[in-house]
Ligand binder design. Sequence first.
Ligand code: TYD
Length: 235
Amino acid sequence: MADRTGDESPVAQGCFVTFEGGEGAGKTTQIARLKARLAALGIEAEVTREPGGSPAAEVIRKLLLEGKVRELGPRMEASMFAAARADHMDVTIRPALERGAWVLCDRFADSTRVYQGEAGVDTGFLDRLEKIATAGRRPDLTVLVDVPAEVGLARVATRSEGAGGPDRFETDAIATQERRRRLFLELAAAQPERFVVVDGTADAETVEAGIWKAVRARLLAGDGPVLAADTGEAS
Ligand code: TYD
C-alpha cells in the first residue's frame, strides 16, 4: 500500500448500494429506511437516483421520461441513459464515495440492461455502454426489490392519481413489465455475490429487515466497532 504522510488517516471509500426493480416496487421507501439505519450508526449516506442525480443528467431525465427519445429508438434511449450515468458517476457518485460517504442509488446500470435489453438492444452494445458510463465501477451491493407486475402497477396507478399521470415507462403493458421482472431475476441469479433479492410484496418493515440483514452481512461484517454498537434490531 502507498505510504501516506501527514496526520490524517486515509478515508476509506464509502459503499455503493443500488436499488433495482420494476415499477411500484417500493424502492424509494426502502432507500430512506436504509439511510436512517446507517445514520444511526454514524454513517453518512447520499441518496441519488437514475436517470438523473446530477444537473446535466437531470436534463436528460426529463427528455427520457417525457418519452421524447422513444421515437429515436431503443439504442438511442440506451445511449442517453448511459450518457446521463457517466455524468452522474463523475459529478455525484464517485466524489461521494471518495470522501467516505455511502451512496444509495435508486436504479443504475442494471435498469438499462433490463429495460433497454427488453426493448431489443443487444448485449454487446449494452456491455460497451456500461463500460463507458461506469468505468468499471460496479455497485458493492444491488438490492432487487421484486414484485409481480400487477402488484407494482396497481401501486403506480394509485401514486399517479393527481401526480400528472404515469411516465413513459409506467404505461407499458403488463406483459412487458413481467418480462422486465424476469430479466432482473436472471441478472440477480447470475451475480449472487452482488445482488440480494427481497420480496417487495411483504410489508415495509419486513422488506427493510431483509435489506438490513444483507447490508450487515455483506458490507458491515468485520467492521467491529460498528457492529458492536448495533444490535440488528429494528429501531
Ligand atoms: P422513475 O420515475 O425514476 O421511476 P421509478 O420510481 O420506477 O424508479 O423513472 C425511471 C424510469 O426509467 C423507470 O420506468 C425505468 C426507466 N429506466 C430505463 O428504462 N433505463 C435506465 O437505465 C434507467 C436508469 C431507468
